[in-house]
Design a protein around this ligand. Structure first.
Ligand SMILES: [Zn+2]
Length: 156
């Protein structure tokens, strides 16, 4: 996911980049092609890249245990400057060398998409329920446990 910035005029430029999730070395939960919509805003001493990335993910639902797919999306801003400017901790800041003419957002896209995977994975299907396993086994006392219980009782 590279953008050629040589001879880029000042102002806003938009791009749509895509890359196979495997080439981006995304986790196996991601499948297919990751897409990034990028707006570059070039001023005299820096380029601000606003990126909206998305990729399909296949997850296992935490509640019902079934597989489902969902679109993972992430939005981030990276600042590329030819000089070290004022520290701006809100954005990712990169220093460009005078002869740098390529911006590569692959690593950032992979990182932000990975961070965007929800902590709680829920399929949101209408029939999503915790599987109702038979509880019969729970009612039966393990023979080893029974022995131990007897042992404890005799000690009392
Ligand atoms: Zn579910």
């Amino acid at each position: 996911m590279q953008i050629n910035i040589s001879n880029l005029s000042e102002g806003a430029h938009t791009y749509e980049l895509s890359e196979d999730s495997r080439i981006l070395e995304l986790d196996n939960q991601f499948q297919g092609i990751a897409v990034a919509q990028v707006t570059l805003e070039k001023s005299i001493n820096q380029i601000v890249a606003t990126v909206h990335a998305s990729c399909k993910g296949v997850f296992v639902c935490d509640r019902c245990g079934r597989e489902y797919d969902d679109l993972v999306t992430a939005r981030f801003t990276s600042v590329y400057a030819w000089e070290e400017g004022e520290e701006n901790n809100d954005d990712d800041f990169y220093i460009l060398q005078p002869d740098d003419n390529i911006i590569d957002i692959s690593d950032s896209v992979a990182e932000y998409l990975t961070l965007a995977i929800p902590l709680k994975l829920l399929c949101n299907k209408s029939d999503c329920e915790i599987p109702n396993y038979s509880t019969e086994e729970d009612d039966m006392i393990d023979p080893r446990w029974e022995k131990l219980q007897k042992l404890l009782k005799t000690r009392e």
